[in-house]
Design a protein around this ligand. Sequence first.
Ligand SMILES: Cc1cc2nc3c(=O)[nH]c(=O)nc-3n(C[C@H](O)[C@H](O)[C@H](O)COP(=O)(O)OP(=O)(O)OC[C@H]3O[C@@H](n4cnc5c(N)ncnc54)[C@H](O)[C@@H]3O)c2cc1C
Length: 318
Amino acid sequence: MAEILVLVEHTGEDVKKVTGELLTLARKFGEPAAVWAGPGSAGGQARLAEFGAVKVYVADGPEFDDYVVAPKAELLAALVAAASPAAVLVPSTAEGREIGGRLAIKTGSGVLTDAVAVEEGLLAEQSNFGGAIIVKSRVRTGAPIIAIRPNSGPAEPAPGAAEIVPFSVEISDAAKTAHITERVVAERGERPELTEASIVVSGGRGVGSGENFPLIEKLADSLGAAVGASRAATDAGWYPHQFQVGQTGKTVSPQLYLAVGISGAIQHRAGMQTAKTIMVINKDAEAPIFELADFGVVGDLFNVVPQLTEEIQKRSDG
Ligand SMILES: Cc1cc2nc3c(=O)[nH]c(=O)nc-3n(C[C@H](O)[C@H](O)[C@H](O)COP(=O)(O)OP(=O)(O)OC[C@H]3O[C@@H](n4cnc5c(N)ncnc54)[C@H](O)[C@@H]3O)c2cc1C
């Protein structure tokens, strides 16, 4: 069976959730072979084995940590030449998409980004214009490179050997032109990362002010969710821009998305409409967001949200 290369997203030894999702998907199409760039593979190996990686190609040179995406694209290109995989899967994050694009140039293969599903025959599905158009595409040249959105599918455990295969590659000088001078880890509370969270609770203009945003945070915390916001809320300075969901913000595909006081503009939908279940709280029954909702409450959020939070807390305490 041909290999499916999966680029591992990790911070040090910590393997990101999306990697489990990609390995799960890769198992459908061939033998999942993880690709680990940079140090930390020994600590991450067990996690890769848990999701069925048959082998782990490890290139642990310092250049993968010292320079931005180019060395990873060169590593993958060398692996494509050496292993002739049936496909290469990368996370559709800002970094993953750039690596995918660079890899496509190097290998002469086609690349598809922002896929939300991959079907039989490596047919990738993309959801465009706020979900109004579903596009299905297949790469016709070379080993397909597909960038998959985090949270698009489950991460299902299945044991794999995750045999470490050291792989050395000479990184070109051209790939070392953009040097990383400093890494500052953003302060994060207990909440999950927005793009990785299984549940996201977002607040919009209806929340009324930054002082009211703790209402949204409390609801999120009762569910173990991440907090998001519409652009109206971030532009008003009520919540930091890094939490904006939408076309010009983050794209999320959680199992559950709660939109609170958000009207459902197409630019907002573009970032959340692939959520598996969508719940809406809005006082206007005509708000377009209800078109997407699996479950909606027409009501004043200042009345509904505290009651909902209290009820969820009671259940989780009991
Ligand atoms: C190029 C471009 C890019 C953009 N990118 C993004 C993006 O990435 N993300 C994004 O979100 N937007 C984006 N926008 C902006 C987008 O068009 C909308 O303006 C924005 O999403 C509106 O945010 P909102 O739904 O919070 O506010 P509104 O549209 O004002 O909706 C507020 C909602 O709250 C409800 N409400 C009010 N009070 C209450 C209450 N007490 N209880 C319950 N409900 C209440 C109202 O009924 C209304 O439906 C972009 C726009 C452009 C032009």
